[in-house]
Write a protein that binds this ligand. Structure first.
Ligand SMILES: [Zn+2]
Length: 281
């Protein structure tokens, strides 16, 4: 994967550079999601696709990156350690530059809510961008976890970026039979067995699980095509429900409007360095 600078108003655009990718060039937008069972996959409907975009999208949102080309020489982004921290590291190594155009955001104007069985998601008006999430698992390793965080002044990097994806060992056989999680291991996920975490080093945050759910939600919501100004609340939600509320939001013009991000909220990155040609993982 290589990240390349892009002009203002480009948005985030993925490109397949391998022969099997048929030159796929696709915008990071919820309209282009073709699969959201385990991870988020973007595709053009003609067979070529790029999977597992959510952790990079979260890092881009958290680091305030509006315009970028993401070149990938395969059908899936590198999973790295299952978190967004390696991507934040790469972005910081490369440096970020402020462009001339104002940042355009999607401002939530009135509450919108979606429920599915015992899961629900909400988007509400608010200053800045904040996310609350609650999960409830029978496993004592996870239990009930609840967190609210506002994305300002590097909170993505410090509070969320290192939270890894997680799974239950009991589900691995089933997932593999479906052709999913084939590369999943203790190196790129927190693996829970019953009431125990199997990873030797334990957890990176006491409540790493809910933090990863917030990280995922940030990546999912960035498929709006612009940063969101408002509050997100998730209860036992996942990729599919996060995408569903985004589609409902964008379809209802009375719920949102485009607005320029005020300069004082445009402080996700404290240091701006010169931008290099590209950075790779
Ligand atoms: Zn994830």
């Amino acid at each position: 994967m290589t990240l390349l600078p892009a002009p203002s108003h480009t948005g985030i655009v993925f490109r397949r550079t391998d022969a099997d990718g048929h030159g796929l060039e696709i915008a990071a937008h919820v309209d282009n999601v073709v699969d959201d069972r385990m991870c988020t996959t973007l595709g053009d409907g003609n067979g070529a696709s790029i999977a597992t975009v959510e952790h990079l999208m979260a890092a881009l949102s958290g680091c305030g990156i509006d315009n970028l080309y993401v070149e990938v020489d395969g059908a899936e982004l590198p999973i790295m350690d299952g978190s967004a921290a390696p991507f934040v590291f790469l972005i910081e190594c490369a440096g970020v530059v402020a462009q001339d155009a104002p940042r355009r955001a999607i401002e939530i104007l009135k509450p919108i809510k979606i429920e599915d069985k015992d899961s629900q998601v909400e988007l509400l008006p608010g200053d800045g961008f904040s996310l609350g999430f609650e999960i409830d698992f029978r496993s004592a390793a996870i239990g009930r976890q609840d967190m609210t965080v506002e994305l300002v002044n590097g909170t993505f990097k410090s509070e969320l970026s290192r939270a890894r994806t997680f799974g239950f060992i009991e589900e691995v056989a089933q997932l593999r039979a479906m052709g999913l999680a084939l590369g999943g291991s203790l190196d790129n996920a927190v693996v829970v067995s019953g009431d125990e975490v199997l990873n030797e080093g334990g957890l990176r945050y006491r409540d790493e699980f809910v933090r990863h759910k917030i990280l995922d939600s940030i990546g999912d919501l960035y498929l709006a095509g612009a940063p969101i100004i408002g509050r997100f609340k998730g209860l036992r939600s996942g990729h599919a429900l996060n995408h569903a509320i985004l589609r409902s939001l964008l379809a209802d013009q009375s719920c949102w409007r485009y607005t320029n991000v005020p300069r004082d909220q445009d402080d996700l990155f404290e240091e701006l360095n010169e931008v290099p040609a590209a950075v790779s993982a």
